[in-house]
Design a binder for this molecule. Structure first.
Ligand code: AKB
Length: 320
């Protein structure tokens, strides 16, 4: 990777990946793009930034041509809960953007990454130790677009030789940028609310297990996968990755180690609960570990300690 373009660079993953890639590959070698341009973001002010609506294939091609990139990181997409509320928009944005990005990567011979998700699984998928290769019949529009993305990644690799790579991300937890519209977002909100009010009302029910990961691990693994020798990659689109399988009460206990009076209550959102129940409890990450050495650093306790420290540093009013 010498010159990289990133779509959705202001999103949850993009805002941290862009800064890390600028650090590693040089700030003149990372072209951050997004559909909006806030002036107070380091992604916009501290390096190359271009406006790009990913459904505009002409503009996308112009930027690839202008900056002579060799790698395409395509992150722009709607998350699961928003996609369920706006299924047609989700199809048009998630699939339209992906098709343009794959086409431009084929045309210019670019290395390509786009994330899939645990949302690519469905109620018929084995719930525990979910295998790398298994039943994928999701019941959400988000899941439909993610399975389609995995298949298209394989298709562009096999038919056109595009070096496509992907992972199935679990819920990602970060202190930098809020996710916005996901089913796993409770596991981010809970830390903010713990510090602000010492209580949190979860929209996901007690006992609902989902895979999660801390953002520094997610950013590192994208770089690690993209730098891995291509001939090692058997399941290139897309690898199961996870750092922990947790339910809301597990996060509650982890937070209570720092804020003993923290209280968790529940007001379950039926839409997001139904999505969560259609996803696995805990996926098996063996293929990622074997094929390119995936090894996350943060478990729940380490992540919780860091989240609370970082949020306090940002000046979030701590209770107590
Ligand atoms: C979501 O909840 O939609 C995402 C995901 C697991 O893909 N965080």
């Amino acid at each position: 990777m010498k010159k990289i373009i990133i779509t959705g660079a202001l999103g949850q993953i993009g805002s941290e990946l862009t800064l890390k890639m600028r650090e590693l590959y040089g700030k003149d070698n990372v072209v951050a793009t997004d559909i909006r341009q806030p002036e107070d973001s380091a992604v916009v002010t501290e390096g190359i930034f271009e406006l790009l609506d990913v459904t505009d294939g002409v503009r996308m091609r112009e930027l690839v041509e202008q900056y002579q990139v060799d790698t395409f990181i395509h992150l722009a997409a709607l998350l699961s809960a928003v996609a369920e509320a706006k299924p047609l928009l989700a199809w048009n944005l998630n699939m339209g953007g992906l098709m343009h990005a794959l086409e431009v990567s084929r045309e210019y011979g670019l290395k390509f990454f786009t994330p899939s998700s645990i949302g690519a699984f469905g109620p018929q998928t084995p719930k525990d130790q979910t295998p790398q290769v298994t039943v994928q019949r999701p019941t959400t529009m988000y899941g439909v677009t993610k399975v389609s993305g995995e298949l298209l990644g394989d298709y562009y690799f096999q038919k056109f030789g595009v070096d496509t790579r992907s992972v199935r991300f679990p819920g990602l937890i970060s202190h930098e940028t809020l996710p916005g519209g996901g089913t796993t977002d409770y596991a981010v909100d809970i830390y903010y609310e713990a510090l602000k009010h010492n209580t949190y009302t979860s929209f996901i029910d007690k006992g609902t297990y989902m895979d999660m990961m801390y953002m520094p691990d997610a950013v590192d693994l994208i770089i690690q996968l993209m730098e891995a020798p291509g001939d090692q990659l058997i399941n290139r689109n897309a690898y199961n990755v996870s750092a922990m399988s947790i339910a809301p009460e597990d996060v509650e206990r982890a937070i209570q180690k720092h804020l003993p009076d923290f209280k968790l209550t529940y007001a379950v959102d039926p839409v997001r609960q139904r999505i969560a129940e259609s996803w696995p409890n805990a996926i098996d990450t063996l293929a990622a570990r074997q094929e390119w050495g995936f090894k996350p650093k943060y478990d729940l306790d380490q992540m919780t300690a860091d989240m609370l420290t970082q949020l306090k540093k940002k000046g979030l009013p701590a209770f107590v």
